[in-house]
Write a protein that binds this ligand. Structure first.
Ligand code: PMP
Length: 313
């Protein structure tokens, strides 16, 4: 199980994680009015400093998410980058680490709690780091097509990582796990595939063509998703089609895989208890996973700009 490291960044300071106490009136706790990021830092197998994967993109998405919820972050992109690197350094992180910034609505003026609104509500910002290695799935994920539809962008903008929206994902995961699966695949109101609970989905047809639901759909267009699209095109010449994907395509696919900061690149080997393709991780999935692993471990100089080294601890 992941363990939070000693220090957190909280309200402008580096403090003991265990010392943070939030009042029960914290607005985001009641209405889900927070935004967050999930970022990974990777250890160098040769003992160099940790390197954060696509830190700039995560910081920019956090700033965009915060604007969506009218959260005034007291830090700009440069400061946020510095805070993340500084926290990793101060925590002495040497192994793979997961980084979780969260900005959330805190309180209306004292004495006027519990207003369902955004403006006029103060906000707070924190960053926590958690020691968390990457795990290589042996058999791949078994996914269930959820009976919970994904919250549409027209209701909660899906390009923003808004805490409250994840109640939808949690319901879908719960249902999937109760049915003996690992994760949920969620559909939109038209019955098209959107994404998994914390990752984007790629479907490889039996003709070898690769498709993923469009970034404009009801999904979070992931930073890993963008990286996969770029890696596939530059390294294998495969062009990913960003277009609506049907459940029928999923059922007939040769391979399916998901991409996300947490799951990295992970094969989906069964959907609704039926094997995908051979039921084993496919060749393209294995290749994408290999490329991605090389990139995040700093083994591909062409992608060095995707990594930000932490001062060695
Ligand atoms: N979709 C959802 C709902 C997610 O929570 C995540 C994880 N942030 C992703 C997709 C993948 O995004 P990324 O590759 O940027 O981690």
């Amino acid at each position: 199980t992941p363990v939070a490291t000693r220090l957190a960044f909280y309200q402008g300071q580096f403090v003991e994680n265990s010392a943070v106490r939030l009042p029960l009136t914290t607005q985001a706790l009641h209405y889900g009015t927070g935004v967050f990021e999930g970022i990974r830092a990777y250890a160098d197998p040769e003992g160099g400093p940790l390197a954060v994967f696509r830190l700039r993109e995560h910081v920019e998405r956090l700033l965009r998410s915060a604007r969506t919820l009218r959260i005034e972050l007291p830090h700009d992109a440069g400061e946020l980058t510095g805070i993340v690197l500084d926290l990793l350094d101060r925590n002495g992180c040497v192994g793979d680490t997961y980084i979780r910034p969260v900005a959330y609505k805190y309180a209306l003026a004292p004495g006027t709690p519990f207003g369902v609104r955004l403006s006029g509500v103060s906000s707070q910002f924190s960053v926590t780091t958690v020691a968390m290695g990457s795990y290589v799935p042996q058999t791949g994920l078994h996914c269930k097509i959820s009976s919970y539809r994904r919250v549409p962008s027209a209701s909660i903008p899906s390009g923003a990582k808004i805490t409250g929206a994840y109640a939808n994902n949690a319901l879908a995961v719960e249902e999937a796990q109760a049915d003996g699966c690992d994760d949920a695949l969620m559909l939109d109101g038209d019955g098209h595939l959107t994404e998994a609970s914390t990752s984007n989905v790629f479907v490889v047809g039996r003709d070898g063509r690769v498709a993923t639901p469009p970034a404009t759909g009801d999904l979070l267009p992931g930073i890993t998703r963008a990286s996969v699209i770029e890696l596939l095109e530059r390294e294998t010449g495969v062009v990913v089609e960003e277009r609506p994907v049907t459940v029928a395509e999923l059922a007939e696919a040769g391979e399916v895989f998901v991409s996300g900061t947490g799951v990295e690149i992970c094969p989906v080997t069964a959907v609704d208890h039926r094997p995908v393709g051979t039921g084993r991780p496919g060749d393209l999935t294995t290749e994408v996973r290999r490329l991605y692993t090389e990139v995040v471990r700093g083994r591909r100089p062409a992608y060095a700009s995707w990594l930000t080294p932490v001062r060695s601890a």
